[in-house]
Each structure stands twice: as structure tokens, then as C-alpha cells.
Design a protein around this ligand. Structure first.
Ligand SMILES: Nc1ncnc2c1ncn2[C@@H]1O[C@H](COP(=O)(O)OP(=O)(O)OP(=O)(O)O)[C@@H](O)[C@H]1O
Length: 426
């Protein structure tokens, strides 16, 4: 397989991010050959589709890494997983898991891989314990070890109370836990988790995070997709953001924040010279504008100012604020970095421009125009911390309360249109 990886023709992708190109080169050069997962130019074009769902991606995931695959809906994450598991044919390219090819040695790949799909693949009539028995056998765990391994899975994911019940009676969160336990059973070298914590309560989520951490600490590898940036920050050692089937960026979270973030946010609280005397914020405002040209004022309240600074280093911001703290009567200040959400949203916008599904949404919106519920009473739009946007429109007179969670956080216009159509605005 080494030969295949190093001797195949190398492709150059135009306008590729330098980190993504460097990872591609690392794979081409064979430097990733000891990695548990190696992907080289993996591509998939579905029948009847013009655009590739996955387009020549390259990455190596070494032992001890949790690699995050991020992207809006339709970016190509699940298709990537399906090719790795053999559920979907590969159009071109290759990948290996623990040295076994997904093209020619899929049975060996299965022995070395655990997969938690996005939608539960569980048998409603089997109990949790029976599931784990079954998958331990399939993964080749020695018969005498199966009871121990099964109990380990039950405990690891906090399923003790439910292990003897039919999986069909499980709550959504417990079904996710069981699916993850199935993926982890038998200690496979690679664990693929497609949105494992969707629908889980915060306590269960922490439990699952710990289970994932223990896989990494064991020196195995995890590839994770998630719409929760908090989850990615907690678990991923590196991540890539996928847009239209390609990697748009790749690296550690800190690196991506630094490279693609909007800089820093400085929040300052001022103190009045004497009690009862109104605050004059003008000196601080002119100090910020002259010290950090191009900074943007985001908030201005009674004694608080907030600025976004794109073009300065953390050290310089601290240096200048500390040096002028007394003179400008700054009582308190904080400097925070761009969040991963912001980085993600910036990339997610690119998917909307070309996304075929967005066109579909528009068509659906068109079909709904006959719904007439006027007048519109309330309409809100809020960014959720999982990256999606929630639109809400209500007409209390008619008792209509409509909530729509955007199919991608970039697809604002489409979601907005759909709501307008549904509440009869157009
Ligand atoms: N069976 C299929 N036939 C045709 N096109 C498909 C099929 N499955 C997925 N696609 C298309 O491939 C693209 C990638 O889809 P995929 O499900 O891999 O995205 P994703 O990033 O996993 O999204 P999500 O976050 O919703 O799971 C989309 O444009 C989708 O419409």
C-alpha cells in the first residue's frame, strides 16, 4: 500500500490553503505512512450529480489524535465516513486504516474500525447488552473476553441502568450512547463518530467526551464530526473545515483561530472620577481609534465599551491598555480571542453560494406561498451555539408559532424566505 500512496500521480488543487496543501504533500511524501488513518485524494461524485460530494481530500490521522471534521450540512462529512466504512463506493482516490486498504481489504478495515453513524443503526428488539455482545463477536473479540468487554462498554457510556432493556425503548440520547459504545467495543484502532452527542443532555455529553478522551489516551485515533464548537474545542487535537467537499482549512484550533479569526475583542469598564459625576467616554474612544486604526466599536453602554481589533497582536493590545489604564480611568478590562464559531461561520458562508440544496429550499419556499396567516406578530432570528440559526415567526392571533432551524448556518436568506412564505408574507 505504501507504493500506492507514494507512487500515484500527485494532484495540485488551485487556490488551496497552505496548511491543507502541506497536509496533502505530507501524505504524498509518505510521511503519514505510520498514521492510523491515511486518506489520499479521496473523492466521491454521486450518480446524477455534477459536483463532487467529496473532492480529492488528503489527510493523515496519527495515533492519539482526535481529528475534527467540521462543515455545514451537505459539506461531505458523512460521505467521507461512508467511503471509509465501505458503505459507499469510492469514485477515486484511496484510504487505509491501520495499513489496510478500504478498496481491497475492507474486512480487515472493519476489524480495525468502529463507526457511530449519524442515524442510529440499532435493532429495536435487542437490548443494549445484546448489541454489545453482537458487535464484540463481529469484531473478533475472543469468546471468553466478550462479557468483560461488553460490561466495559456499558459502564464507559453510562448505560448500566438500561443495559437489559430493549433498545427500542431508549431515549434519543441513550440511543446515541449505545451507538457510540458499539463504535468503541473491541478497542478498534480508529473510531469514526458522526455527530455522536446530538440530542444528549450536558451530563451525558460530558460522559461521552470522557469516553472519547480515553480512546485518544489509549493511543488510538478518533475522527469526529460535530456541529458543537464547544465539543470540538474540548476534544479535537486538529480539525478541518469542509466546504463543498474540500478542506478549506486544517490545523489546531488555536492555529485556525489565529489565522482566520477576526482578531480580538477588548471590553473595558470605566470608573467615574467622583460618585454622581457622569462618565466621559470620549478620551477612551479617541485613544482606541488612534492606537488601533480600523478597530470597530461593538458596544457602548453607560460605563462599558467593547471593541473588535483585527490588526494587532495580543501583546500590543495588553501593552497599550495597561500603559494607559490609569490615565483613561479604566477600572477593568478583558481581551478575548475570536471564537471557533466565528471562524466556522466565515467558512460556512462559502457553502451557501454554491449549495444545490439551497436552491431546493427556495423551491420549497415557493410551494408554500399559498399559506396566508397575517398579520405577522413576532419574528426573531438567533444564532445558536451549535452554529445553526434559529428563525422564529409567530402569529398569536391565529395561534401559529413557527420555528425553523437553518439547514446550514450560512443559509440565512433561504431560511428567511421559507419563513416568509410559510407565514404568508410574500
Ligand atoms: N445518496 C446520495 N445521493 C446523491 N447525493 C447525495 C447522497 N448522499 C449525499 N448526497 C449529497 O452529497 C453532498 C454531501 O452530503 P453529506 O451527507 O456527505 O454531507 P454532510 O456534511 O455529512 O452533511 P450533514 O451535516 O447534514 O450530515 C450533499 O450535496 C448531498 O446532497
Amino acid at each position: 500500500m505504501d507504493n500506492w500512496f507514494t507512487k500515484c500521480p500527485q494532484t495540485t488543487v488551485r487556490d488551496e490553503d497552505e496548511d491543507v496543501a502541506a497536509e496533502r504533500q505530507r501524505v504524498y511524501d509518505g510521511a503519514s505512512k505510520t498514521d492510523i488513518l491515511q486518506i489520499r485524494d479521496l473523492s466521491k461524485t454521486y450518480v446524477g450529480r455534477k459536483r463532487a460530494a467529496v473532492d480529492r481530500i488528503c489527510v493523515g490521522v496519527p495515533a492519539g489524535e482526535c481529528f475534527g471534521l467540521l462543515g455545514v450540512n451537505g459539506a461531505g462529512k458523512t460521505t467521507t465516513f461512508k467511503m471509509l466504512t465501505g458503505d459507499s463506493d469510492v469514485s477515486s482516490g484511496e484510504a487505509t486504516v491501520a495499513g489496510y486498504s478500504i478498496l481491497t481489504e475492507i474486512l480487515d478495515v472493519h476489524q480495525n474500525m468502529g463507526y457511530c453513524p449519524q442515524f442510529e443503526a440499532i435493532d429495536e428488539l435487542l437490548t443494549g447488552r445484546e448489541h454489545l455482545y453482537l458487535y464484540a463477536r463481529l469484531r473478533g473479540v475472543p469468546e471468553c473476553e466478550i462479557p468483560r468487554v461488553t460490561e466495559w462498554g456499558i459502564q464507559k457510556l453510562g448505560l448500566t441502568e438500561y443495559a437489559g432493556r430493549c433498545a427500542g425503548t431508549y431515549s434519543g440520547g441513550n440511543k446515541r450512547k449505545l451507538s457510540t459504545a458499539i463504535a468503541m467495543i473491541g478497542c478498534p484502532a480508529l473510531v469514526l463518530l458522526d455527530e455522536p452527542t446530538t440530542g444528549m443532555d450536558p451530563h451525558s455529553r460530558r460522559f461521552l467526551w470522557n469516553a472519547i478522551m480515553s480512546v485518544i489516551q489509549d493511543g488510538r485515533a478518533v475522527v469526529l464530526t460535530s456541529h458543537s464548537m464547544e465539543e470540538c474545542e474540548a476534544l479535537c487535537t486538529r480539525l478541518a473545515i469542509m466546504v463543498n467537499g474540500t478542506f478549506k482549512c486544517l490545523g489546531t484550533i488555536q492555529h485556525l483561530k489565529y489565522k482566520f479569526g477576526d482578531g480580538y475583542v477588548v471590553t473595558m469598564k470605566m470608573k467615574a472620577a467622583r460618585a454622581g459625576v457622569s462618565l466621559d467616554l470620549e478620551p477612551v474612544e479617541s485613544f482606541m481609534e488612534s492606537s488601533f486604526p480600523g478597530c470597530v466599536q461593538r458596544e457602548k453602554h453607560y460605563n462599558t465599551l467593547q471593541y473588535e481589533i483585527a490588526s494587532s497582536s495580543l501583546a500590543r493590545i495588553f501593552q497599550l491598555v495597561v500603559a494607559n489604564k490609569e490615565r483613561l480611568s479604566i477600572e477593568d478590562y478583558s481581551v478575548s480571542q475570536t471564537t471557533l464559531d466565528q471562524v466556522f461561520v466565515n467558512f460556512a458562508k462559502q457553502q451557501t453560494a454554491e449549495d444545490e440544496d439551497a436552491t431546493l429550499n427556495k423551491r420549497t419556499a415557493g410551494r408554500r406561498k399559498d399559506v396566508k396567516i397575517l398579520p405577522l406578530q413576532r419574528r426573531t432570528q438567533k444564532q445558536r451555539d451549535d452554529g445553526h440559526v434559529e428563525f422564529r415567526a409567530a402569529n398569536e392571533l391565529c395561534g401559529v408559532d413557527l420555528t425553523l432551524v437553518s439547514c446550514s448556518c450560512g443559509a440565512l436568506d433561504e431560511a428567511d424566505e421559507l419563513i416568509s412564505a410559510a407565514v404568508g408574507e410574500q
